[in-house]
Design a protein around this ligand. Structure first.
Ligand code: GSH
Length: 513
């Protein structure tokens, strides 16, 4: 609605105070807030948020949640299938150094033998709502943007935004949204903090007793970036682990991994020992490594960084994610799974998941093309090199983490810059742009409110714990659940939507039938 300036000010002062009271915050930095705000050097400022929940079709929301466990299982089984992954990864290693390094880490650990057979996935499957504008009578459907296997962020803040929105709706005497839209079930609870931290707790317990020495205390290590702005999102999970599960966590900046951790010498089980800098005489054995870093090539500044990743991977700690799981998140894998009429989905899922559920997963795939010598590849290269056709597409490298994609008219010149060697095209995939219907909302970011047309991206978190190994006795998938949601909202004309990358805001859904 149009608000008077007094109403706006009242809402905004509540947004600011509630967010600090409840830890809906980020550390100020250039990507989150403007330099002016940063000059105060405060410890925390309100995270980028919307002021109102955004309308979202209930059917789409429920469908995205209903298929999450099938998606979790799919990616766990992909990560378990080293042979299948190898055929795909080997094609990209020639043209993508980062993927090549990750693969080398896997090969090095494989050579000496993996000592940990459990693997934890904290995933997030991201969707946009698709509605064919030429078919006004069709119902909106979800289309998958991407599947995150490493550092799936904002689960700690997403649940709090639902709380903020409920608070704002209940304290305003004037209706900030059309009350007819808000029924009891239109603002669903978001379990992301409890569900994701539960996943980490389950891995921690599955690790079993200490392997180095029976009296060594156990902990979970969050491997983080330095500096990191999204600390309160991480603290929300750490704090739930301590208060609900009595599990101690530490944050280890990835660049100092080798200085503060070691693998207990002479122990074939390779337990990972952490000595916190504040108390180097106390040693902890690490049960679980939760990577909130290590997904961007820029984090690997020297061979020491790769040494650190190898060191962590070869340890006995349960990795979230393992290298193979990280690789499973490559865009090439998404493209191959989404190839129409391919049988991969059935091969991975048909022994445990119903045909109906498999077809519902398949229905979420957007059109994705390789850029290679295949028929589809040649067709896609035709689009990517033609200014007249590229508008409705996005070009993506293998990475997760946002800010890496090339949109629409920028694609042809980019392809040209790769030179004539068409092999290099293979480092990217081409995806049809999903264009969801625009809504109105107000976004609070950079210390100011912008009202206008916005579009949203829904992410559903998933937790999965599984066993590696060709010949696993008993079930391969040990735990698997849907773990809450994230709605991110951005200006209609902004291409990128990542909150961490500096574009979107954390939102919550107001479901409409
Ligand atoms: N290092 C930050 C954190 O740990 O929160 C950011 C991690 C990050 O960018 N994660 C990506 C993501 O979920 C997946 S690799 N981004 C969501 C967003 O920024 O909106």
């Amino acid at each position: 609605p149009e608000l008077t300036s007094t109403q706006s000010e009242y809402l905004l002062s509540n947004v600011k105070d509630w967010s600090i009271l409840n830890g809906l915050a980020v550390r100020p930095s250039l990507s989150f807030v403007s330099e002016e705000v940063d000059s105060s050097r405060s410890l925390a400022v309100t995270a980028p948020v919307t002021i109102f929940p955004s309308l979202f079709p209930r059917r789409c929301f429920e469908e995205a949640r209903a298929i999450q466990t099938a998606y979790n299982e799919l990616y766990a089984l992909v990560a378990r299938d080293e042979e299948w992954l190898r055929n795909i990864v080997e094609e990209i290693v020639e043209v993508d150094d980062f993927i090549a390094h990750l693969w080398d880490v896997h090969l090095a650990v494989k050579k000496e033998g993996y000592v940990q057979s459990l693997s934890l996935g904290i995933f997030r499957s991201d969707y946009m709502v698709h509605k064919d504008p030429s078919q006004p009578d069709t119902k909106p459907e979800i289309r998958q943007v991407e599947f995150n296997t490493i550092a799936s962020s904002f689960g700690g803040l997403a649940a709090k935004v639902s709380g903020l929105h409920s608070h704002l709706l209940s304290i305003t005497a004037y209706p900030p949204m059309n009350p007819a839209l808000i029924t009891k079930s239109s603002l669903p609870a978001n379990s992301s903090i409890a569900s994701i931290s539960q996943g980490l707790a389950v891995a921690h317990k599955a690790y079993g007793p200490p392997k180095s020495h029976p009296s060594l205390p156990l902990c979970i290590l969050f491997v983080v970036q330095d500096p990191e702005n999204n600390v309160f999102d991480q603290h929300a999970l750490a704090s739930a682990l301590l208060s609900n599960h009595n599990i101690l966590t530490f944050r280890l900046p990835f660049p100092v991994t080798l200085a503060h951790t070691h693998i207990s010498s002479g122990q074939p089980s390779r337990p990972l020992i952490y000595k916190p800098p504040h108390s180097p005489s106390t040693a902890y054995e690490v049960t679980t490594l939760y990577f909130r870093a290590g997904y961007a090539p820029t984090e690997y500044t020297s061979s020491k960084s790769w040494e650190a990743r190898l060191h962590l991977e070869r340890s006995a700690a349960i990795k979230c994610p393992s290298i193979l799981t990280h690789l499973a998140g490559s865009k090439k894998i998404q493209q191959i799974l989404a190839t129409p009429s391919s049988l991969h989905l059935d091969r991975f899922l048909s022994s445990t998941i119903s045909a109906d559920l498999i077809s519902r997963v398949r229905a979420t795939f957007a059109a994705i093309y390789p850029l290679d010598d295949s028929k589809a590849g040649k067709y896609a290269i035709g689009i990517a090199t033609d200014v007249g056709k590229a508008r409705g597409y996005v070009l993506k490298p293998q990475r997760e983490g946002g800010g890496n994609n090339i949109y629409g008219l920028k694609i042809p010149p980019f392809i040209k810059s790769l030179g004539d060697e068409s092999k290099k095209y293979r480092s990217h995939i081409l995806m049809e742009l999903i264009e969801p219907p625009a809504l109105r909302n107000s976004v609070y970011r950079n210390g100011e409110v912008t009202q206008g047309e916005v579009i949203g991206e829904l992410g559903v978190y998933g937790v999965c714990l599984w066993q590696h190994g060709e010949e696993v006795a008993g079930p391969k998938i040990l735990e698997n659940w849907e773990a809450g949601y994230l709605l991110r909202t951005k200006g209609k004309d902004s291409e990128e939507g990542g909150v961490a990358a500096g574009f979107g805001a954390v939102d919550s859904v107001c479901l409409i039938d």
